[in-house]
Design a binder for this molecule. Sequence first.
Ligand SMILES: [Zn+2]
Length: 479
Amino acid sequence: MKKLLLLFITIVSCSDSEEFFENSYCIENINLIDAKKGLKENMTIVISKNEIIKIEKTSNLKLSEKNKIYDGTDKFIIPGLWDSHVHFAFERELASSMFNLFMAYGITSVRDTGGEINFLKKWKNKSISNPNLLPRVKIAGPLIDGKFNVYNGNSVYFPPLSVRTASIEETEAQVKELIQNGVDFLKAYEMLTPEQLQVITKIAKENQLKVTGHIPLSMDVITASNMGLNSIEHLRNIEMSSTSNSEELLNLRRVALENKEGLLGSSLRTSLHNSQRMSSIKNIDSTQLKKVLNVLAKNDTWQIPTLILYRGWAYQLYQNLEWRNTFEFLPIEIKNKWNDQIDMIESTDNTERKDFADWGQSMTKLMNKMNINFMAGTDTPIGFQTPGYSLHNELEMLVKSGFTALEAIEAATYNPALYFKMENKLGLIKEGHIADLIVLSDNPLNNITHTKKIEAVIKNGNLMNREYLDSLKNSQEKN
Ligand SMILES: [Zn+2]
């Protein structure tokens, strides 16, 4: 009896002992959501320096009053979001504002899919030197393109985002130089030859880097995927490989790509898109499509469909009040420029664009059902997409394309971490992980648009409250 009583006293005093975490703060009684655990209610998360050091049921952890405590009651916490398709170099005057806007909207990491290498390195280095306040930046450097490169700086629509490589040797030299320059992945573009893509994937593999890209117009999707293209941006050119006459279409493209008329790369590409894209979408062959999708699934070729880019264009979603209001957070020159450009766009019949946007969503749905992996990306600032804000639109588009809310969150948290082999440190809410987190006032699993209801953003352990995030948004106009 005496023994039992002693045991009882020990248990009571043990559960009564209050825990104190030095140089830390605790988020108490919050509802945790991540891609692997789903929803865990009433949890306490302890953050020390830049790391999550403890996660426990709130009822199992008695916190001493000496702790710094953030009350998470009725709130939700998700991992920091990634926008996996951005361009710092597309509107250079906007680049400095992009950092603040990403943070204000909970985008704690971005993947830049193309721009001049030194310009991008500047932003990447800035973020490395200030990880508590700036988003993590992964860069590809310039688009690696072929002899008739598309983004050659010949017009405002095609700024010099690419490098022209006119031979296999030039491609090889360029890839090696980029790797020496510290790129995090490589981006292959549409005017490459199959031999040029081959050399890119080969060197990338030797250096354990991923290659993303558009399917070169000189190739079909199956060959590019088999060659080791790890991911495809915008579902680009998949339709041309998914018709019953896909071989014939490929041969026609190869003849055109000889470019006997000496067109600009951008014009040549546009003419090929114009002649094959919509006709392909109308003639998708279910057997051929199945073959394509099976290869993508088997090879683990990921997709970054940038649905909001296409849908935003086709349905002029940038006219929506909520979207339009975010222009207030842009530097005044950019805001005026975008408003002028939008005013010039006539409300002509957009049937083809709409069909294409709808097709992208149906493809996304199919691919997701086949367990092909996705990352959420927007192409901001292209398409009048306000940095940061636009990623939340893409999450909504993924859900409208058949993703569960949790799958959409996965595409913007765990998957990009996995893509960059950071999954042991980032992308989940887990002890030992870097504390990149977002506190929401409402449950995103009930409605994905709740990812916009941000109460606080935590970057590298640094908690930024709503007031601070608003100051980041409003710092733009004064710039
Ligand atoms: Zn892009």
